[in-house]
Design a protein around this ligand. Sequence first.
Ligand SMILES: [Zn+2]
Length: 343
Amino acid sequence: MKSAEFFHECGRRGMPYTADEVRIFAVASGVPFIIVHIGGNLFNAGFRLDSKPSSEEKKAVKSALSAAGLKCHISGIFMNVRVKVAKGSDAATAVDTVLAGANKAIEIGRNNGIYFSDICPYCGHGNTDAVMCYEKSTDRFQLSYRAVHTECVNSLRNAANEAKVNDEGNYFTGIIGAIIGMILGVVLNVAVIFGTERIYAMLCALIPLGAFFGYKLLKGRMNSFAIVISIICSALGAVALTFGVDIADSMINYDFTFEEAILLIQYGMAEMPEYADAIRSSLLQDLLFVGLGVLCCIGVLRKNTNSGKAAYAGNLYATLRMKDGSLPAPAVNTVDDTASHGA
Ligand SMILES: [Zn+2]
């Protein structure tokens, strides 16, 4: 059984799956769960429970499932069920087998007091009508497939799209914030480079991060300009870093004043070729490291713009299914977000 065939069969039946073809988001008997192909003819159906089962309940479920030929492991609020597919079966049979195993596990679980996901993570209430991906950085597995209310997710997605359409930020105050944030990042890097005589790409990431969150803090418009200004500030930051280290060296090790240190740089650049060469090569190194720093954090920056947030909400929304596995009816009064559906 090839993984890709299994995933495509699931996709044909309307189940969403991750682009890396690792997780399938499925729903059986109204319960959301995640299918993973462990390898060979072995699959795992992972359920998230609304409450921790007692050890008696765990024992009862385990033995009832093993009598039905299914291995099960319950840890906290996570229940994993292993489903074996007969060797040589085609993708359609394999999917049927896994879904049948999941249905069996849900039936046996319910009979033994297991509460499968029915509480909406957005409002905290039960009586949900749909399932959707939900991500929380404090969760053990971050991305989970959860029971939700279509009403809750629709209002959430509309809020994200409206923020994207009606961005009321101010470029001017944002740019000031970006410059202040960049300077803070540079000062920190100068201190570390001066103290340890080393440069770190991870610390250099503080320069674009400082610029971006400075821009955000001073209410810049959170569109793609936020990223452009952060990158421009980072390039300026690399230049400031090069001269900053040089100025710190003159002031601390040679007791020059700030003005004298600047004069020394001007003199050195004009009259001393070795000095100019040394500055140029450290500038090149700083640009490289700040560039690496930008690469380290570009994902965080993208995710924090309004268009990034709307696209992210759109990606989660693409995994919304009704409890019978069918697609949701198109929501009324939504802001058009056709541009934000890319995975
Ligand atoms: Zn809700």
